[in-house]
Design a protein around this ligand. Structure first.
Ligand code: CO
Length: 170
């Protein structure tokens, strides 16, 4: 089932997601729906609070350049190691139309559980490492505008002002 993506400034995007204690049917169904939602929206990743669930789960499109992309599910993820630094343009499904240059680690090594409650270690670099850092931020209530450079401050202010205006006219 395709879920509705929560847009900023919905307060759930500022909440810390809770650790998953047991991989229940709800978590399995949520993960399936998140993958479907991510694919439908052409996203590279999606965090659970972006679809209204305050749990530590994110999904990632791990082969974004292929015709039939494969997806990975990460439960209770933690970054173990990180190195390097790279600035690239980034977007977010909760901020449609906003793109900002964000500095991220170039490589990250991640620990998480999969849907079978197995430990997984996932090493990534470049685009996927960037997406992982972006999604883990979401699970901690952090959004990409928090990392923006000084020169994008005005762009963000304009974007947010526009959001306020569209909320008022509803
Ligand atoms: Co995002």
């Amino acid at each position: 089932m395709v879920l509705k993506i929560v847009k900023y400034p919905d307060s759930i995007l500022r909440k810390r997601c809770l650790s998953v204690k047991r991989i229940s049917k709800e978590i399995i169904d949520l993960s399936d729906d998140m993958i479907e939602t991510m694919k439908k929206s052409d996203g590279l990743g999606l965090a659970a609070n972006q679809v209204g669930s305050q749990v530590q789960v994110f999904v990632l499109n791990t082969t974004p350049r292929e015709d039939s992309p494969t997806s990975e599910i990460f439960i209770n993820p933690k970054i173990l190691d990180q190195e390097g630094s790279v600035i690239e343009e980034e977007g977010c499904l909760s901020f449609p139309g906003l793109y900002l240059k964000i500095t991220r680690y170039e490589k990250v090594r991640l620990h998480a559980k999969n849907l079978y409650n197995e430990d997984i270690i996932y090493e990534s670099s470049g685009l996927l490492a960037r997406a992982i850092q972006h999604e883990i931020d979401h699970l901690n209530g952090v959004v990409f505008i928090d990392h923006a450079n000084k020169e994008d401050e005005q762009v963000i202010r304009d974007y947010l002002a526009n959001l306020d205006a569209s909320v008022e006219t509803k």
